[in-house]
Design a protein around this ligand. Sequence first.
Ligand code: PLP
Length: 426
Amino acid sequence: MTYDASPAFAAAQDAADPLATFRQEFHIPPGPDGQPTAYFCGNSLGLLPRAARAAVEAEFKSWETQAVEGHFHGESPWMFYQDALAESAARVVGALPLEVVIMNTLTVNLHLLLVSFYQPTATRYKVLMEGGAFPSDQYALESQARLHGLDPTDAIVELTPRPGEHTLRTEDIEAKIAELGDSLATVIFGGINYYTGQVFDMAAITRAGHAVGAKVGFDLAHAAGNVVLSLHDWDVDFACWCTYKYLNSGPGGTSGVFIHERFAHQPDLLRLAGWWGHDPQERFQMKPGFRPSPGASGWQLSCGQVLPMAVHRANLELFDQAGGVATLRIKSEKLTGYLEYLINQLQLPKTKLEIITPTDPAQRGGQLSLLVHERGRELFDYLAARGIIADWREPNVIRLAPVPLYNSFEDVHRVGAALLQFYGEQ
Ligand SMILES: *Cc1c(COP(=O)(O)O)cnc(C)c1O
């Protein structure tokens, strides 16, 4: 696609955008001047869709009028509420409904999955992670290693980019996996690194991990709802994601879990159990002896969190209405490409500002990370004062996430114009 820096270009793109009407489905927070912000923080907390309030209100109504009977009656009985989300959640990550369950929160689910998919032995006990993974994932893995009586500094191998590079090369990941060989128990990577915005080649990493007999899983916090995923076909063993970033399902929102079909009928696979994971036919018989429900739902512990799930359900419906992630991705690539174009137009020396997110659209989602070597915080505040909401990561990274459901080309143009002004004023 050819871009140009004029405001007319942005207006024409918005006028021709088949997804433009979805912006009206969201509440865009006002900026300092009372006008809608240009919100580029959807990779941290997605905006509130208008439909979410009604979805929660419907469950309040059930609670108000039916109380305990809401578990079995009403439009969507709470007892089966999570099952009603599985199909569209599975579409988001490229899975079978049997392979997906919505429950808990992300780090909790990561731990539950590691119980099943990180079972170190005396010789096969290493975990491979991307260096600089999201802190919660680092802490989770450290504590899992300790849980098994291992020294985290020995058990956990972190792979970092080559000197002078910001992102990992797939061939280096594959080589590291081969090198660890029989000592490697589990590979756990982000689908997208939160800091650089790099999309990892999940199919290649899974292949390489399986070739040495390791389990392979992904934290899809920044990938779910952002890029096209095919977890089933890629043969990924397990994955989890939060729903409050690109999936717009609210602060502390619920989380999703993927467990490949090949584990669906393995009741003996080690796991932590609770009554909601029990065979639903017998769940209310209150009998001793855990018999897991087939598939990912056999990892549930507690009765479903209906209110956060109601918010998520409204969002999944929006994703379906928009034509799914593949359709959103077409606009996402254009928005991110346009943002990159406008930044490159400034022709700033790398000593001032560089984009550390890969330039290849296949290796990034809806995010650019700017490493701002000089006056980074000042630039961030300058943008905020002009109603441009970005994300600041210490010590000097500004992340901007154009989201196809609610960001416009005009939003991106606002960023370009503000940057031009900031650097023009120097
Ligand atoms: C956002 C994010 C988390 C947050 O986990 P919560 O348990 O939802 O607080 C964890 N890991 C990654 C990679 C993230 O991007």
